[in-house]
Design a protein around this ligand. Structure first.
Ligand code: MTE
Ligand code: MO
Length: 216
């Protein structure tokens, strides 16, 4: 990483674009949650490294579980859906925070309302293409107004090491709830621990109250 890198963010964090949904946490007087520090970079963090993905014409996203109409999307179908732009901060439980990211893609509300959310659905498991990696979170957090599946970060396609072509983004929770290389969204009646949650990480992961680890 050098200062010439487009990911590098020197000085004050940039202001939001006029047409973006503003993540509410970016309006706080102090945008850095307790125990976190700002990084001007964008570190790469994952459990298994960047997976080999199917070629673009065979990439697939499945929306399944407690929905009326489960469906699959190809990459072309995903890219043709109505798009949103979100201005948000990003907080990793390993204590770095990257402020003022602009994410573009398709809102989680749109994707799930298209499937028809059944009333019994209360939790989500997001599945990644990397080795069966998953993360779990409450459906209400996944449906936040600033949550999306994104294929553009600060105007650039999301690089393979950051979860491209498409990753989840749930800015109001710690970054491990934002699945890279997303291939499935599953709605469940009960909470079901994902990869890092089975290892002791929190079932919800709110950075403002430092929900880093499970206490059970
Ligand atoms: N599929 C998948 N998604 C993942 C992970 C992973 O290992 N696999 N790691 C999580 C963690 S711990 C963090 S901090 C963020 C990091 O995203 P970045 O590498 O783009 O900064 O991705 C999250 N999403
Ligand atoms: Mo993380």
């Amino acid at each position: 990483m050098t200062v010439d890198d487009p990911k590098y963010q020197p000085g004050e964090p940039p202001a939001p674009p006029a047409d973006a949904i503003i993540s509410p946490d970016t309006r706080r007087d102090n945008r850095i949650p307790p125990g976190q520090s700002r990084t001007p970079k964008w570190p790469v963090l994952d459990a298994f490294g960047t997976p080999r993905l199917p070629p673009a014409d065979r990439w697939k996203l499945k929306i399944f579980g407690l929905v009326e109409r489960p469906y699959d999307l190809s990459l072309a179908e995903f890219q043709a859906l109505p798009r949103v732009k979100v201005f948000a901060d990003f907080h990793c439980v390993t204590r770095w925070s990257r402020l003022s990211n602009v994410w573009e893609g398709v809102s989680t509300r749109y994707l799930l309302e298209r499937a028809g959310i059944l009333p019994q659905a209360k939790y989500v498991v997001c599945h990644g293409y990397d080795n069966g990696w998953t993360t779990n979170l409450p459906l209400s957090d996944f449906l936040a107004e600033d949550a999306l599946l994104t294929d553009l970060h600060d105007g650039q396609p999301i690089a393979p090491d950051h979860g491209g072509p498409v990753r989840g983004m749930v800015p109001q929770l710690y970054a491990w709830k934002s699945a890279k290389w997303i291939c499935g969204i599953e709605l469940l009646p009960h909470d079901q621990a994902g990869y890092w949650e089975r290892g002791g990480y929190h079932m919800r992961g709110d950075p403002w109250v430092e929900e880093r680890f499970r206490d059970d």
